[in-house]
Design a protein around this ligand. Sequence first.
Ligand SMILES: [Zn+2]
Length: 418
Amino acid sequence: MKQIFFFHSILLFLIISLLTLFDPEKTGNSETISKNNEWQSATTTPSSMVTPIIIFMCGDVMIGRGIDQVLPHPSDPLIHEPFMRSARGYVDIAEQINGPIPRPVSYSYIWGDALEEWERMATDVRIINLETSVTESDDYWQGKSIHYRMHPENIPTITAARIDFCSLANNHILDWGYLGLRETLETLRKVDVKFAGAGKNLQGAGAPAVIKVNEKGRVIVFSIGAVTSGIPREWVASSNSPGVNLLKEFSDKTVRDIKERVREVKREGDVVIVSVHWGSNWGYRIPFVHVEFAHNLIDHAGVDVIHGHSSHHVRPIEVYKNKPILYGCGDFLNDYEGISGHAEFRDDLVLMYFISMDQSSGSLVGMRMTPLQIKNFKLNRASSADVLWLKDTLNRECKKHGTKVELNTDNTLTLNWD
Ligand SMILES: [Zn+2]
């Protein structure tokens, strides 16, 4: 009897072991969990024993035009582009390439696999560059060929992703005129999503957003936009007129102005981010003035993180004096699936950037990136081959800036720096 029991026990043990070994989902999950524990423990700062703040950042969220057309409350599809007269045209050409997109989609549809990743990475703060006006205004900006508009009733799309902050100093925020800007600001205020970079006057446009993180401190975000990103000079806010917090030059005076604003608001333990829309849409070369300006903000203005965007694809990352500089986060969501050209830059591949900051020193503790792919107007986990392509591309470009990325078992990337 004893022998039979022993035999059964051995058999049961073997069956359980085999099941565990050959259940790919189970194996994948345990690896994911262990890697994630690593992320959590690597982001604990022994010096202060305060849990670091985990900040999510991404580049352009272009949810107007084609994407707005598949959301529950599409705008009037009429657009004023040289080669396209209806925003629905962008849905049609995307469907020709990648197959049908359901209409209407739910408010959370477009975020796809990002929703789960925000939870898995224990994100405290979610920061995006909102590259569209949120308005019913028909007053499109004359002399500009592309105009992005999302219907205000589609704003639950932003709240469905629990976005905390939107950068607005960019080249699409005034696409539908001053009425469009006003409605964008009012719509964001109504749903309690913070923003910076545009306002009813220069003071409002230049004011930072203050985001309180439960028991962890505060994140302060400034938003500025350079004319090199395509922002018309007339969009500049003045002391008595609305507009954008426009960066006219990368000069010492600009750094001094930002230093003054940071001094007014920054308290001990705050993490200060400058979110900047700058430079061209394509190409990897980082202009020297961007490097110099970013360094000066860190050296002289009390800035801890540079959140750069405008390029449609990812650009290199630098860590300067333990402060992260993201030169170009790339697009995060766009309606470009059916548009050909620039395929070599793979603007369909995007990154979720998770930065862990020690708020007592304002230093970077760790950075992880999750690669996703835009397909069917939605974010999907990138394939292993695409993750490798992103890793190699980043390593080729980051080398010049002293950083390197490594691939984790859960198909995320970790940043290493000197
Ligand atoms: Zn832009």
